[in-house]
Design a protein around this ligand. Sequence first.
Ligand code: NAD
Length: 312
Amino acid sequence: MRILLTGGAGFIGSHVADLYIKEGHEVLIIDNLSSGRVENINKNAEFEEVDIRDYDALLKVFNRFKPDIVNHHAAQISVVYSMQNPNLDIDINIKGTLNLLELSRVFKIKKFIFASTGGALYGEPIYLPADETHPILPLAPYGIDKEASEHYIRIYANTYKFDFVILRYANVYGPRQDPFGEAGVVAIFTKRMLEGKECFIFGNGEQKRDFVFVQDVAQANLLALNYAPKNGILPVFNIGTGRLTSVNTLFGTLCKLTGYEKEPVYKPKREGEVFEISLSYEKAKKHLGWQPTYTLGKGLLETVNWFKQKGG
Ligand code: NAD
């Protein structure tokens, strides 16, 4: 299939591109390299340095490539940025998505796959693990972007008759994650530990997250390609492990894997972040045929080894 993949120079998108290409698909990557890196781009993918806010530039790419599938991973991923610059944030995360949907309509694509979030969508959960019917009460504009995008995708897909699959990720971690951002605690700790630097924990460290390995997330994107719509089933799937791990426990495990011996430095808690979240993957297991295969221990070991090879 011909797959137009946005954000394919980034952390998750680059793993999705690798797997699609390994499976024999033709992939064209669109990325403005704002946080993505050229070295992440699969050598067998086509690449266009385009901003998803630029409709005319996107039009040229769609016209030339004529994709069957659009897989949309490009986004402004900072929760803090979304609180401080809500207007610019909307331009990228909502209007950018709309540009792609408009072109999906014009070029009659077959399916739209979207990287949404579970961790930032459900808000402080009423029950755990949160399933897809959990109320949506985001704590920051970033979550509103994803919710709004999900609605636009559903409406466009139903109106203009293409399929869609929405994947709501938990906290994704693994090789190539940016260790300099505000999110991506595994990458941040790993890099700082290997360099012998201080590690900061915001709050008391007992906040708990659901960590899912990037290879498992890529696999969900592969299954999404072949997912056939089922009557009465909204194709929206949590992609998480259902397990809770505290930041303190994560810190301890990474200390062992990296040989780091310093104590963490505790800082005030950050606004806009939930205290505890884990995602039920029962729906994905039943209808998408997906379940996590990596334990946290195995995934963290692969991540640490990758950062070691990269030179810290
Ligand atoms: P990332 O920053 O590594 O990847 C995002 C990519 O989008 C980057 O390559 C960046 O250069 C590109 N990009 C940003 N703005 C763009 C624009 N205006 N035009 C074109 N390209 C642009 O982040 P990631 O962690 O790989 O996230 C990928 C997707 O998964 C995002 O949509 C994110 O919201 C979603 N997601 C990630 C997680 C996680 O834990 N990392 C969790 C839930 C959802």
